[in-house]
Design a protein around this ligand. Structure first.
Ligand SMILES: Nc1ncnc2c1ncn2[C@@H]1O[C@H](COP(=O)(O)OP(=O)(O)OP(=O)(O)O)[C@@H](O)[C@H]1O
Length: 433
């Protein structure tokens, strides 16, 4: 059985949000003496009971960035840490990297930890790229010879060879993160910790980083903790998932399960509305809606909606006038109000009663994002009977499959068309170049 390399028990971190005076000079002096001179915990700081606790008189306002976390990571496992902004992901990585200390609980780590937490961590701004590579190696406990053996590989990966002797404070953020990633990934740490580095780089760099992380994890059997807001990147790289919500561990398990649970919980939708009483229903003297519903054709019942999911829109309306030619337009808008398409139904002659309609948006057609649907009911293909705006809303998650690039995909739609490349001729071009 694989060895446990990170063990986290009842881990909590409380941040103090500003310091409020105690109201007594003697206590303020006591606080200053203890925290500033003796570098000890504030005697008037009390642990809060909730996520954010308002400061009572004399206490600081405090926030649980992490609360009672328990989990263990085994050698060679690749963990994706997910959660909304402010959930505590970076705080957890900083504690595991020993950059900050927990307020409570125990963390046991085994082996050399290399962290790439934010642009700038670990590098000394006044030192050159070359000096920083050696410095990082020494911090990891490597000898000069060991770093030298990796030096060329690091430089080649980072692509900053022309700036090796320039102080890193003069690097662009892109150059900085390239070198920092190259150092973190090549110096053979036992545990590699990466926080959102992919957000900084371009598509080519993202691809290179993910490839390198995969190699570090799968070929070298090292342990990786990876924070990203890209679920596609997390699913593609990691085998375990950990979901933090307001500092608490909401779920842990296989990456697919945890990412699914997270996406289902964050997806906003208004997928069904129905009315039994026409007097209460949206409409007018011509028609009134009885029901509108968005039915996703999910492969698994608890999966989130993603760009592969076919979506069927079903609706019914009461038609109050006989012998009328009616058609309906289904119009899809992005959340920002851009019209993606306007699909008309057939025009049919109806008698008074209930009219039902159904239209399916195929899977592998829309881009990821938030959308809303409006239904326009039309008489004789020209005259509006009723516009039911914004009647359904939904969100589609991204899905990349084999594609190893996780930037925002361009376009209002993302259709999958038959598209092949074939070699139609062989030549000696390569030899001539
Ligand atoms: N030094 C600090 N002092 C006070 N509060 C802090 C400090 N660092 C983080 N926090 C707070 O702790 C909470 C957790 O922050 P953290 O940066 O760990 O979240 P995160 O999940 O990494 O967020 P994001 O996805 O936005 O990077 C947030 O509410 C944040 O405002």
């Amino acid at each position: 059985m694989a060895e446990v390399v990170i063990q986290v028990e009842q881990l909590s971190k409380v941040y103090r949000l500003g310091t409020i005076g105690t109201g007594y000079l003697i206590q303020d002096l006591q606080r200053w003496w203890t925290t500033t001179v003796r570098k000890q915990q504030d005697p008037f700081f009390q642990l809060p009971g909730t996520h954010v606790s308002a400061g009572k008189s004399g206490q600081s306002q405090a926030l649980w960035a992490l609360q009672d976390l328990n989990f263990e990571v085994k050698r060679g496992e690749v963990w994706g840490i997910i959660g909304n902004n402010g959930a505590g992901k970076s705080t957890l990585l900083k504690i595991i990297s020993r950059i900050i200390r927990p307020s409570h609980g125990i963390i046991r780590g085994k082996g050399k930890v290399s962290s790439l937490l934010e642009v700038g961590t670990g590098f000394h701004p006044e030192l050159s790229g070359r000096e920083n590579i050696f410095l990082s190696g020494y911090i990891l406990g490597m000898s000069k010879r060991e770093v030298q053996a990796k030096f060329d590989e690091i430089v080649a990966f980072s692509g900053v060879e022309h700036f090796l002797d320039t102080p890193v404070k003069r690097y662009s953020s892109g150059m900085y993160v390239r070198l920092a990633f190259a150092v973190a990934a090549h110096l053979e740490p036992d545990i590699l910790i990466i926080d959102e580095v992919l957000a900084v780089g371009d598509a080519e760099f993202q691809k290179k980083c993910l490839g390198k992380m995969r190699e570090v994890a799968h070929n070298q059997g090292r342990t990786i903790l990876f924070v990203s807001h890209s679920m596609a990147a997390i699913t593609s790289l990691c085998d375990h998932g950990l979901w933090l919500q307001q500092g608490q561990l909401k779920a842990q398990g296989t990456v697919g399960q945890v990412v699914n649970q997270y996406l289902v919980s964050t997806q906003q939708s208004n997928a069904k509305q129905s009315w039994n009483d026409p007097a209460q229903a949206p409409g007018n003297e011509h028609i009134r809606f009885k029901q509108v519903e968005l039915i996703p054709q999910l492969v698994q019942p608890d999966a989130p909606l993603d760009i592969r999911t076919p979506l069927t829109v079903k609706f019914q309306f009461w038609n109050f006038t006989s012998d009328t030619v009616i058609s309906t337009s289904m119009v899809l808008f992005s959340a920002g109000g851009e019209c993606i398409f306007d699909v008309p139904s057939t025009a049919t002659r109806f008698q008074a009663g209930i009219v039902s309609g159904e239209c399916t948006i195929p899977g592998n057609f829309l881009n990821d994002g938030a959308y809303y649907i409006s239904l326009y009911v039309i008489k004789d293909t020209t005259t509006s009977l009723f516009d039911y705006e914004h009647c359904l809303t939904f969100e589609l998650e991204d899905y990349r499959g084999e594609i190893q690039w996780f930037g925002k995909w361009w376009g209002a739609v993302r259709p999958v068309f038959p598209f092949r490349l074939t070699q139609t001729e062989f030549s000696q071009l390569e030899a001539r170049l």
